[in-house]
Write a protein that binds this ligand. Structure first.
Ligand SMILES: *[C@@H]1O[C@H](CO)[C@@H](O)[C@H](O)[C@H]1NC(C)=O
Ligand SMILES: *[C@@H]1O[C@H](CO)[C@@H](O)[C@H](O)[C@H]1NC(C)=O
Length: 419
């Protein structure tokens, strides 16, 4: 029984002490950017104390290219990069660099310093180490020049999954601003101390808290909001919620050159109104002009060439089913974007051809291609059109080609709201 109690006591002691023990955190790797206030309100000797503090803090981490990496910027009126994150992986070299950081004097441009951390230290898409915490430790003695800018930049930093510790030193600090800079819960990420001498007293606590930060997970980008009425009834732009590879399918020979021009105009307008670049989407065409230059090569990535498209509108018709097969083959199997086809239908297909078309359509749907159907004219069989479409609300009708622009809005809205 006594032995059991001793064991329980030992476990309790370990639990209590390990929560404030830097060695207890297993030296998990992290990326840490120090942001030091070098403004004129700080005395030179106090600036030296900030440097001493960061040196001592670095001493507590397991530094290495695959372990914890540190970087440093100082800021006053401008942001001065002192050394880049991971530029050194030798503790002594880092401490030498820190000791050599120059005092600037000047204004307190905290907003720009935070902007730097978000866009340069931890840029989205480049240079960030995945699966490690992205941390910045901001030391400041006062209120920034532009609080609303500072708060706005702080929110953007948090939104990118970067954890911010802030240390406010002295009685000039604005607690509201400090709280806005710190990650939440504020109590864990904000330190307030009376003077620079007190920095050493928080060193261990700060080190332990940094090693409890989970790996960075940036907030997912907010999907663009679609103003439905403006898209439906006006000529507003919209961006697909997810990247889309859109193919427009039409039978040039069945439709005739004059009507094809209405479709070309329609495609150009739809391409203009879709925010292609922003949503990493693309528009292309699939036609049955196998005898001439393939329109399928023409893509509308950023700009597009209407004339080139209209020139290539000559051809003889194989069949609608052949075109549907060509559509399926035109998509790259490895394509990560949502595959979407808008198929123009201008006539009733005879029984045998319709069965072939259905078979091809089935294969396309099996490949994950979403099919929207636009029926034009009085010869279209609406039942056939519905069979071809992936969903009942993805069939559109216009009485003639010269008024298909009326369908732009409803079609765009469908494309922009696909999940
Ligand atoms: C760091 O990790 C990578 C991948 O695990 C490895 O290839 C590399 O050799 C490591 N570098 C060092 C210095 O340990
Ligand atoms: C503060 O920053 C905001 C946002 O960047 C800006 O619009 C405003 O003009 C700035 N105010 C001052 C006084 O510089």
């Amino acid at each position: 029984m006594a032995a059991f109690l001793v064991l329980v006591a030992a476990i309790l002691v370990q639990l209590v002490f390990s929560s404030d023990d830097i060695t207890g955190c297993g030296n998990k790797p992290a990326d840490i950017e120090f942001v030091l206030d070098s403004s004129g309100s700080i005395l030179f000797k106090d600036f030296r104390k900030q440097l001493q503090f960061t040196e001592n803090l670095v001493d507590l981490f397991d530094i290495g290219s695959n372990k914890t990496r540190v970087g440093m910027v100082s800021f006053s009126t401008d942001v001065i990069p002192e050394f880049r994150l991971g530029e050194n992986d030798n503790k002594e070299d880092i401490k030498k660099k820190i000791a050599g950081v120059k005092y600037q004097g000047g204004r307190t441009n905290t907003g720009d310093a935070l902007h730097y951390v978000r866009t340069r230290t931890f840029p989205v898409g480049g240079g960030r180490r995945p699966n490690v915490p992205h941390i910045t430790i901001v030391l400041t003695d006062g209120m920034s020049q532009n609080s609303s800018y500072t708060e706005q930049e702080a929110a953007a930093v948090h939104g990118q999954g970067i954890t911010v510790f802030v240390i406010g030193i002295g009685n000039q600090v604005d607690e509201k601003e400090l709280a806005a800079i710190a990650s939440t819960p504020t109590d864990n990420f904000m330190f307030k101390i009376d003077n620079f001498d007190a920095l050493q007293s928080i060193k261990d606590r700060l080190a332990v808290r940094t090693c409890k930060v989970p790996p960075a997970t940036p907030a997912p980008p907010t999907p663009p909001t679609v103003n439905e009425d403006a898209v439906l009834y006006g000529n507003a732009h919209c961006g697909p919620k997810i990247p889309v590879d859109l193919k427009i399918v039409f039978d040039t020979s069945a439709i005739g050159l004059d009507n094809s021009k209405f479709i070309m105009r329609f495609i150009a307008d739809v391409s203009d109104r879709l925010d292609l670049q922003q949503s990493q989407s693309e528009v292309g065409t699939v036609t049955n002009d196998c005898a001439t230059k393939s329109l399928a090569d023409v893509s509308f990535g950023s700009g597009h060439d209407r004339e080139k498209l209209e020139q290539s509108l000559v051809g003889t018709s194989p069949s609608f089913s052949w075109m549907m097969r060509k559509l399926r083959l035109s998509f790259d199997q490895q394509e990560q974007r949502k595959k979407v086809a808008v198929v123009f239908l201008g006539e009733t297909l005879d029984g045998a051809e319709f069965r072939k078309v259905l078979r091809e359509t089935g294969r396309a749907k099996f490949m994950g291609i979403q099919i929207l159907v636009v029926g034009v004219g009085t010869r279209v069989n609406s039942r056939q059109a519905s069979f071809l479409a992936t969903q009942a609300n993805q069939v559109f009708f216009a009485l003639s080609y010269d008024i298909i622009d009326e369908l732009e809005g409803p079609l765009l809205l469908q494309i922009c709201t696909l999940n």
